[in-house]
Design a protein around this ligand. Structure first.
Ligand code: SF4
Length: 696
């Protein structure tokens, strides 16, 4: 472990995909977070969550011993009681082995998280496929940016959130932020918007709510939730009509535009207004701005995030926004093109190394014989022994405890009870399992349901790599030793593998695991072969692909070609279908969900940090709606959808559409309401819109 003397250990925040650099120093027994100005992504700035990240260390709710659920004399489930590691791990592997013998390996499911380090994600995929032999593995990153991933793979041939360093954003002339509230979700990134505007650039925000990000915008478009695709198609329609398409670029670097050109003909501005609620003049204003900017050689950059991606047509919506950038000839130019702002800390790396149902390490597809042969060679097993593609995250949870679904589930780094869509149903499925095992540092809502809870290390107690929203592989370094009784996830995974009679051994040292991961990724799209820990330390991170030692890494992609074999981007025809659930007489409003400044994801960590505000959930609504409901600010209201209900105080604001209510998802409740309709390509659930009724 690096010495903890001044200037402290250089590491990164435990939360979002910005992975802000920070220094950790000791002050007496306490751990202090300090600025690390030299790290280029955040230049020393942190949000409140980052500054208070050490607050979980020594927390009274920290788990330091495994917990095992008692079985009462009548066979019913009793309380969780402390157990030794030997007893807990022995119990788990005995039960898993028995289930595998009786029902086959697919009777065991594995559920990972987008906050796990690359090393943990890699070992979890290997645990599932080599030690257990199950195809049933997926992770909560499926609910983060899978729609952008699917669109990027289809259109550009590669899925990397930002194909350029974040600071390039400052160099654009027009930035279109579709469905991102980065001023609240990753505040240090908002500096790039401010600098862009100081340079004379223009910011356009597309969001049903006027968020703090939208307060920085020159143009705000507030669509009806679930209609972003129609807006993007309408902008494309106007660009075609205005002759603003960069025909030379489109002919030289893309395939399929003529079909898309024809397909957007019916999306004239007045029709877009009818569908999206955005005035036709505003749609024209955006298209005019883009056309004028590119006509004078200016740069346009479109960034999408969860607001447009977490929909049953999320991947098509991302495609349409990519097409706006491609039609204008932008991708490949510095400070221009398209990018996606990832959400979770390792949302990017988490899906590159094997915890996604259809992928092997290096972003290799599991049904590709060459990919299987390569990874099997690194793992020292027969390619034919590797299972095929499994169920996506929601489909996996939906199948738990059914005749054909898994009977046991191992959960690492995810609080499903709070974060899954249609959460009441998912909780029922978890309760139907023969065995639920959760590795966590606190008794999260999901851990509280488990048969076995395994206490694991947290950030600052362990070393490992993360891949931030730019595709920059960074190193989180341990700064303190973990409390007695706690083991690292890598130790736990290795012990489970051994207990399941794995044909190969599992390393537990993160640097050793990373070296194996780099070999497994070699030749894949997310190629880490030239990256090692010392390089990351010296260079403030290394951008993948980095295919060999000495390679400089790849901060910017697509300058000359896209990642399809012929180097050309693909235009595919998409059309607006609308949200899976539309308001009606019984459920007359749109419900949308999202984050607040002081909390992170399911809140398992941030809700326990006393210096972060925790006012609980609320129901944000427009004054016109509040008047109609006969309620006022702070009064409790009920929200009901076809899946469940919750009660929380009304928050009355002018900044939201009158036909829409917003509920933050960091607490139990919001996801009891959300819709589990899935995007056909990405299998992303429709978190961002459903029909709701609100009553006082
Ligand atoms: Fe941490 Fe994200 Fe805040 Fe940076 S912006 S301090 S990474 S939560």
């Amino acid at each position: 472990m690096p010495a903890l003397s001044m200037p402290g250990v250089q590491t990164h925040c435990p939360y979002c995909s910005l992975q802000c650099g920070m220094r950790l120093t000791r002050s007496g027994r306490a751990l202090e977070v300090q600025a690390w100005e030299e790290f280029p992504v955040n230049e020393g700035a942190l949000c409140r969550k980052g500054w208070t990240a050490a607050g979980l260390r020594g927390h009274r709710e920290r788990l330091t011993t495994p917990l095992l659920r008692e079985v009462r004399e009548d066979g019913s489930r009793g309380e969780l009681r402390p157990a030794s590691w030997e007893e807990a791990l022995g119990f788990v592997t005995d039960r898993l082995s028995a289930l595998r013998s009786a029902h086959g390996a697919d009777a065991i499911g594995v559920f990972g998280g987008g906050g796990l380090t690359n090393e943990k994600a890699y070992q979890l995929g290997k645990l599932a496929r080599v030690a257990i032999g199950t195809s049933q593995i997926d992770y909560n990153g499926r609910w983060c940016m899978s729609s952008a991933a699917s669109a990027g793979s289809r259109a550009l041939g590669m899925d990397r959130g930002l194909p350029f360093p974040l600071a390039d954003v400052e160099e654009t002339d027009v930035l279109v932020l579709a469905g991102s509230n980065l001023a609240e979700t990753m505040p240090p990134a908002a500096r790039h918007l401010d600098r862009l505007r100081e340079r004379g650039g223009t910011v356009v925000v597309v969001d049903p709510r006027r968020t703090p990000t939208a307060d920085r915008a020159d143009l705000l478009l507030q669509p009806v939730p679930g209609t972003d695709l129609a807006l993007a198609l309408g902008v494309l329609h106007l660009l075609v009509a205005a002759g603003a398409v960069d025909e030379e670029y489109v002919a030289a670097r893309t395939i399929g535009f003529d079909a898309v050109r024809r397909s957007v003909a019916p999306w004239w501005p007045e029709r877009v207004e009818r569908v999206t609620g955005i005035e036709a003049e505003q749609v024209r204003a955006l298209a005019d701005l883009l056309a004028r900017t590119t006509a004078r050689g200016g740069r346009v950059l479109v960034l999408t995030a969860r607001g447009v991606e977490q929909h049953s047509q999320g991947s098509d919506t991302v495609l349409a926004w990519m097409y706006v950038a491609l039609a204008l000839g932008q991708p490949g130019r510095r400070g221009a093109g398209y990018g996606c702002l990832t959400g979770q800390g390792n949302g990017q790396g988490g899906r590159e190394h094997g915890q996604k149902a259809d992928q092997l390490p290096g972003y290799r597809m599991i049904d590709d014989p060459e990919a299987r042969a390569h990874v099997a060679r690194v793992w020292g097993v027969d390619p034919d022994s590797l299972p095929g593609k499994g169920r996506s995250a929601y489909e996996l949870l939906d199948a738990l405890g059914t005749e054909t679904g898994p009977r046991a589930l191992l959960v690492f780094g995810s609080n499903i009870v709070v974060s899954a869509p249609n959460a009441t149903h998912v909780t029922e499925r978890l309760a139907a399992l023969d065995l639920l095992v959760v590795a966590d540092m606190v008794l999260s809502e999901t851990a509280a349901m488990a048969d076995v809870v395994l206490p694991v290390t947290q950030w600052a107690e362990e070393t490992g790599t993360m891949t931030n929203l730019e595709g920059r592989v960074i190193l989180r370094q341990a700064a303190v030793t973990p409390p007695e009784g706690v083991r690292s996830d890598l130790d736990v995974i290795a012990a489970l593998a051994a207990g399941m009679a794995s044909p190969v051994e599992f390393a537990t040292d993160p640097e050793e695991v990373f070296a194996e991961l780099a070999r497994a990724s070699s030749g894949g799209k997310a190629d880490y072969a030239g990256i090692d820990y010392s390089r990351i330390r010296e260079e403030h991170g290394v951008f993948w692909p980095c295919p060999e030692v000495g390679h400089p890494g790849t901060p910017r992609l697509f300058a000359d070609s896209f990642a399809h074999p012929d180097g050309r981007a693909r235009f595919l025809v998409t059309d607006h279908r609308g949200a899976a659930e539309q308001p009606d007489a019984e459920y007359p409003l749109h419900l949308t969900t999202g984050r607040v400044l002081g909390q992170y994801q399911s809140g398992a960590q941030t809700r326990r940090i006393k210096d972060l505000p925790d006012d609980g959930p609320f129901v944000e609504m427009h004054p016109m709606l509040a008047r109609r409901l006969g309620t006022t600010d702070g009064e409790p209201v009920s929200v009901r959808t076809r899946r469940g209900s919750m009660r929380a105080p009304a928050r009355v604001v002018e900044t939201i559409r009158p036909d829409t209510v917003f509920v933050p998802f960091h607490w139990v409740g919001a996801n009891r309401l959300t819709n589990d309709a899935l995007d056909p390509a990405s299998r992303m659930p429709e978190f961002k819109v459903c029909a709701a009724e609100v009553t006082a």
